[in-house]
Design a protein around this ligand. Sequence first.
Ligand SMILES: *Cc1c(COP(=O)(O)O)cnc(C)c1O
Length: 383
Amino acid sequence: MDTYKRTGLVFVRGSGVVLEAEDGRKYLDFASGIGVNSLGHGHPRLVAAIAEQAARLIHVSNYYQSREALELAQELCARTGMDAVFLCNSGAEANEGAIKIARKHGASHDASRTTVVTLRGSFHGRTIATLAATGQDKFHERFGPFPAGFEYVEAEDSAALDAALGSGTCALLLEPIQGESGVVPLSDEYQRLAARLCEERGILLIADEVQCGVGRTGSFLASSRAGVRPDVVTLAKGLAGGVPIGAVLARGEAARVLERGDHGSTFGGNPLAAAAARVVLSELGSAGFLDAVAGKGERFLEAVRSWKHNLVKEARGRGLMIGIAVTCPPDRVKELCLERGLLVLTAGSDVVRLLPPLVIPDGEIDRGLGLLKDALDAAGKEI
Ligand SMILES: *Cc1c(COP(=O)(O)O)cnc(C)c1O
């Protein structure tokens, strides 16, 4: 189906931060899919682990225990301080699982506790329930009716949040850094207020870290930077370095809500995806890895800010989740980057978004930034 606005490009191989197209042309990848290829392309350990696992065992159903999934779940809990994990296949599916936890948890306290509060500008997925959770009207057009029990509040408005989190609320679902709407970090104060209000009122705090989690911002979870411990966290995109995966992590009471028969997923916890994710976790856990991500992010932001480019309104973000707000159409900048051999993403209405592989070397950062600046200069000449 014609659901994607694609370029005609066909990539045939990749190595590190470089992708090669069918015609032999090479591109520097500042997009990583959409924040998926966390270890870049052709990462030797990742490739070897996938090949070894595929040769040994690709799939068994969840009627049996998968050693790889069990070890991945234990490693995820150890890394995040959470108590239990449900493995699935995508970000939307992870958020569906989190919403089910919230609904059942709420109902177990009071049958009227059914509302999931989310933020304006959020993005939580493309299924009907996660679209309902998504606080952007443009995603809702033509796909209704949606399931009831979702309410939206303006981000960073403390009074509105206080008013919205009522006796009928089962959960607050938020992205610590809103990705699709333009790389908009929530302030640490707002995240802490949200955590405090949720805790006081018996409401689950769910962090959608599908895009900002798994080291993307320079800490394993973006919410830990604000000193916040959500009850439930969802992960996906970069978790298995390109193999489809999603995860719902929960702690305390929330970790025990889903019982036998309550939830499931045919492919979830697949040994192949689990083996890939274990390599990603192992690499992220190596000495200095996450600090290096933070440092590389600073290198990006400092460089873009130093240009004082007349088309750049603001460069923001954390770690390697970067948004550059521009005064010209960001899609045009993306095209001009592509012509110069650089892949970037856009977000919101005015943002060029960069989600490079977490392993990007400084030399490639500088080379790509040179191409980006050249593309911005060219965009400037068109106005
Ligand atoms: C991409 C994304 C999703 C949806 O993930 P899929 O794997 O495409 O279903 C959900 N939440 C956030 C924050 C995302 O960035």
